[in-house]
Design a protein. Structure first.
Length: 200
């Protein structure tokens, strides 16, 4: 599925390629982070008519955090969309949990999704999610067993939320040893999380 990750990716060639790739376009990746799309709300809104002109179904920019926070990046963007009568077809969000206890992590993820759904009208796509603690010592990962348990429980929960239309595990290839979010290592060999995801 195509994505215009940053403002620099919004070119005539890229938009034609996106139109040829299907009916959906994901947009700006974590614009609230200076190491990612690093955009102001005004920047995103100024480019948005070019994306609407493609007639593709448009995802909101996928913020790193605080998607439902009043006055946050996405909240200000969606208010700008409404004021300008622009179009956003679904809300894309990311979520990373720092609590590695399965029940607590699933509850926190569901609470976040519910809050986003209640704040905005369009359906929700969870385009990245996993357990990673990005705190001061981070990134810190749970054990493979903890990640696998969360995969199993979170998929069960997500499949029962009608407003969540799609979700994607953040599955960078795993290192050959040690915990990660990866579903497989070289070989390829499935990790504990990968086996859980396949079963789910």
């Amino acid at each position: 599925m195509p994505i215009v990750r940053t403002a620099a990716n919004v070119t005539p060639v890229a938009l034609v390629q996106a139109e040829q790739s299907g009916p959906i376009l994901l947009t700006f990746n974590e614009p609230d982070i200076n190491t990612q799309a690093n955009m102001t709300v005004g920047d995103a809104l100024s480019i948005w008519p070019r994306l609407m002109a493609t007639k593709l179904q448009l995802a909101s920019p996928a913020v790193a955090t605080g998607a439902a926070t009043p006055g946050g990046w996405l909240d200000r963007f969606m208010k700008g969309v409404a004021q300008r009568h622009y179009r956003v077809n679904f809300i894309a969000i990311h979520w990373y949990g720092a609590d590695f206890q399965t029940d607590a992590a699933v509850t926190q993820l569901k609470s976040y999704l519910d809050s986003v759904h209640h704040r905005y009208d369009p359906p929700v796509w969870l385009t990245e999610y996993a357990l990673i603690d990005f705190g001061a010592a981070g990134p810190v990962y749970p054990t493979g067993a903890e990640q696998a348990a969360f995969v199993t429980a979170s998929v069960r929960m997500l499949d029962n939320l009608a407003f969540v239309k799609r979700y994607a595990w953040f599955a960078l290839p795993a290192a050959s040893s040690g915990p990660s979010t990866g579903l497989y290592t070289s070989g390829p060999r499935a990790t504990a999380a990968g086996l859980a995801f396949a079963r789910a």
